[in-house]
Design a protein around this ligand. Sequence first.
Ligand code: PMP
Length: 395
Amino acid sequence: MFNHIQPSVPDPIMSLMEAYMQDSHPQKVNLGIGLYYDHQGNIPLMRAVHLAEQRLLEQQRPHSYPPIEGSALFAQQIQALLFGDAIQSHQHMVTVQTVGGSGALKLGADFLCHYLSRREIWVSDPTWANHWAIFEGAGLKVNTYPYFDDASGELRFEAMLNTLSSLPEGAVVLLHPCCHNPTGTDLSQPQWRAVLEVLQQRRLLPFFDIAYQGFGDGLAEDSFILREILKTDLDFLVSNSFSKNVALYGQRLGGLSVCCNSLETAANVKGALKTLIRRSYSCPPTHGSQIVETLLADEYLRQLWVSELTNMRQRIKQMRVSLSAGLEQGGSTLDYRRIRDQKGMFSYTGLNEHQLSQLRHQYSIYLVAPGRMCLPGLNQHNVDYVTAAILDVTL
Ligand code: PMP
């Protein structure tokens, strides 16, 4: 029955990770997969998470089924994180818990297909490779709008606006509110306002994917566009993830929010999302959401989490500064300013395929093609080694 199935193409990021694990070089450096590592090179267990888990353990809660849409408190907390205080006077937002940010994207994609009869989506060129996989997998044709010019390292802002302005009414546009994956290049606030104007003029349907809130400029700053769009009469979707900012990767925790224009519509949209969830995985897992619920509901734990997240963001920035200063001092031909100025976990470095191959085979330094570096893989123990290697391959 199954013999006709051909070998599948392995995910390039996961394959890179496997190659890294098998590499025995004592100075190997993993700048590939999007994971936050601390200055010792470890994935952190955040202290706030640990304390929240301890409390949960003490409460000895049974592991019952949650509601199909996840807990109501968790949904409220997601909305407050994304939209700030303004959400309190907003009645028409529906939020459901999802299986990571990826699950939110897939649920949103199914919703667009099954309930809005959408057949296409526009994503940035380039975007996270799994955006293509998830949306195509759900049956949508994926188109692109111009976003980043790798040769100059600049945003293709005019071209982006022109393309968005030419889309048909109701077209779905995927946007990254902060820490663009893979380029690390974000829109400024005035640029977001200009995009918002086009979204309104053309009556487009934005789908915001925010997977790195807190890694750019801060929790509120990173959701600037979400807070702005809430002031308009536009409908929109938001997928969010707690994989990175609470370091709960394996708990698979995220949310899908849909902003509607009436209470009645919001209730019906919630029903539609529940139907989609029920017929695929029935209801979400509970441990991760209980951690985040406990953490956000307690002022001390919340402050602790915010300060830990701030430290993570600052550590990444320090690494950006160290690497770019080292490259500048060494007279690198690489555009070190990009590495310094881009935001979040990633930089599109401009390193070409040959240089990536040299880094990998001569130095055991792993980056994702084409030239995406995951900055948290750098720390004070390896940054000089990486700087010297990049200088060597780019001279
Ligand atoms: N969107 C983007 C842009 C991402 O980079 C990621 C994670 N790499 C996700 C969504 C999905 O996050 P999760 O791991 O929570 O599924």
